[in-house]
Design a protein around this ligand. Structure first.
Ligand code: DQA
Length: 149
């Protein structure tokens, strides 16, 4: 069974509370439930992790090496700052999709830079929670296509 690791950066545990006009009213728990239900429905194994710490995100990416077949990452604010996270994703070479709940392209100037995007096969932004399931579907399709080669 394909294994996908879904990584989430700072303040995403505050979903449902933080800026509902931007991120909606559904909670972090709702997001985890959605991801795990989608994994069950589509026949993949998914693990979901959230941390406020940049170093822990880097470590989580490193630990995925040899264990996971795909990464879904919403690095939150570290999207716009973290070369370390970009380097980690490049280092492990696992197919990765960058996800943002909000449409970052329509927000502040400082959100227009994404370091991790350089190493991502796809970016999904502005699709709300569905962006995560779209990312999982993309990775699954890609994994299956590679298996057929
Ligand atoms: C975010 C967008 C980032 O700019 C922001 O710092 C976040 C969440 C999103 O999911 O829309 O924390 O990654």
């Amino acid at each position: 069974m394909m294994k996908i690791l879904v990584l989430n950066g700072p303040n995403l545990n505050m979903l449902g509370i933080r800026e509902p006009a931007v991120y909606g009213r559904r909670t972090w728990r709702d997001l985890v439930d959605l991801i795990l239900a989608h994994a069950r429905e589509t026949g993949v194994f998914a693990a979901v992790y959230q941390t406020n710490s940049e170093g822990e995100l880097v470590t989580a990416v490193q630990k995925a090496y040899g264990r996971y077949d795909g990464l879904v990452i919403n690095p939150a604010a570290y999207t716009h700052t973290s070369v370390a996270l970009l380097d980690a994703v490049k280092a492990v070479g696992i197919p990765t999709v960058e996800v943002h709940i909000s449409d970052v392209s329509k927000r502040e100037d400082f959100r227009q830079v994404s370091f991790v995007r350089q190493a991502a096969a796809l970016t999904v932004a502005g699709h709300g929670f569905d962006g995560y399931t779209e990312a999982m579907d993309y990775l699954k399709k890609r994994y299956e296509a590679e298996g057929e080669r």
